[in-house]
Design a protein around this ligand. Structure first.
Ligand SMILES: [Zn+2]
Length: 391
């Protein structure tokens, strides 16, 4: 039995609209997944994520952060991450590979895994495919990511090739360890799901930085091991945006057509629309939440910086085209006042609107693919986003 069922309902060029059926509900794709690093999507309550305003069907958890704090034992004792945080919908957890990679000089990579110093208490920790699979089983997430190594965006061919081959060996070890965890019933999130096995799904990650030949080899290596879904990792890590889209355009259409395709850690709303046009189904990014906390709103007319004095007396909503509860109720002037006064509500309201904007954009993308109007949607979205509201 499969852990997932993925049905493509409509296609418009390379863009696909589908339904991803998980053990915890159906997710229409292309989908944006809000990031809940430490068991919380920062600045927003779960009720709001579930509300019709946002209706987020799947969120992310972060293996590295949750493993270091509060620790696997606490979450296992609580009955898994869903119960610990109070969220019944689907959860995807990353493998921790990217966070460890981003520690830079603080980590040491070997064939066995990665040794690094915890940012929480300074202790030495060791993360490997086996440890990552054990932690993700204890978290009980519905989609588990293989443990990978990420080469820097501008890495040389030789360095990238070494890293990519290590990722392939780690992917195989991830799958073996994952199967072992499933056979030992270590998955705390196991549920009986209609027509599905109820087990966790495991996604493999394609690496290879900006080198298309290596990207294609990495894809072949990953597909040969065999996963429930496939991700493109190692993008948006310092490379030129044009190179990022070159990689997506070359690799996404070559990925198995009957499995979900996930672009990790990307990007702005127009990046999402452009990646959908190249065949991607799933996205996550910290931008809507992180930028919400620093006073930046994403709108249908580009980015709006709420700190700007030009909004001091502006009674219009953040985005006149947005139907979210923040835009229905509050003015730019009020949001600016909250932000300038250091009120926590500023972050909360901006985060809410930004998530609504990302999720609503994806709703528009899905509808336009289904109705065959995606090229028009894409053109209008890009044109309107060029009108920057900020100076
Ligand atoms: Zn809004």
């Amino acid at each position: 039995m499969n852990a997932l069922r993925f049905e493509i309902k409509a296609q418009c060029g390379e863009a696909r609209a589908g339904v991803l059926i998980t053990r915890r509900g159906q997710i229409e794709t292309p989908v944006f997944m809000p990031v809940g690093t430490a068991g919380t999507v920062k600045g927003i309550r779960f009720e709001e994520l579930e509300s019709a305003d946002l209706d987020a069907r799947i969120i992310l958890g972060n293996t590295y952060h949750l493993w270091l704090r509060p620790g696997v034992d606490v979450i296992r004792a609580a009955g898994g991450l869903h119960r610990f945080i109070g969220w019944d919908r689907a959860l995807l957890t990353d493998s921790g590979g990217f966070q460890v990679w981003s520690l830079g000089a603080l980590r040491k990579i070997s064939e066995e895994g990665t040794e690094f110093r915890s940012h929480v208490d300074g202790s030495f920790r060791f993360l490997s495919p086996e440890v990552s699979m054990e932690v993700q089983a204890a978290l009980g997430s519905d989609i588990v990511m293989a443990f990978d190594e990420c080469a820097p965006g501008e890495a040389s061919h030789e360095e990238t090739e070494r890293s990519m081959n290590l990722t392939a060996r780690w992917a195989k070890r991830s799958k073996d360890a994952f199967k072992q965890q499933q056979s030992e019933s270590a998955d705390t999130g196991r549920v009986e799901a209609d027509e599905l096995s109820g087990r966790q799904a495991l996604f493999g990650i394609v690496q290879g930085a900006g080198h298309l030949d290596l990207r294609r080899i990495s894809l072949e290596q990953t597909v040969n091991i065999g996963f429930d879904g496939y991700a493109i990792g190692g993008l948006s890590v310092g490379e030129e945006k044009s190179l990022m889209f070159e990689v997506i355009e070359d690799i996404a259409p070559r990925m198995p057509g009957d499995a979900p395709r996930y672009l990790m850690g990307v990007g702005t709303p127009d990046d999402l629309v452009e990646a959908v046009a190249r065949g991607v189904d799933m996205f996550d990014c910290v931008l809507p939440t992180r930028n919400g906390r620093t006073g930046q709103a994403f709108t249908s007319r580009g980015k709006l910086n709420i700190k700007n004095s030009q909004w001091a007396n502006d009674t219009r909503p953040l985005d006149e085209a947005c139907c979210c509860s923040v835009c229905r109720r509050h003015s730019r002037a009020y949001l600016r006042h909250l932000y300038m006064s250091g009120e926590m509500l500023a972050s909360i309201l901006l985060t809410h609107h930004n998530l609504a904007f990302f999720l609503d954009t994806m709703r528009g993308v899905r509808q336009s693919i289904r109705s065959g109007d995606f090229p028009k949607f894409r053109r209008e979205f890009t044109d309107s986003n060029k009108q920057q509201l900020e100076v």
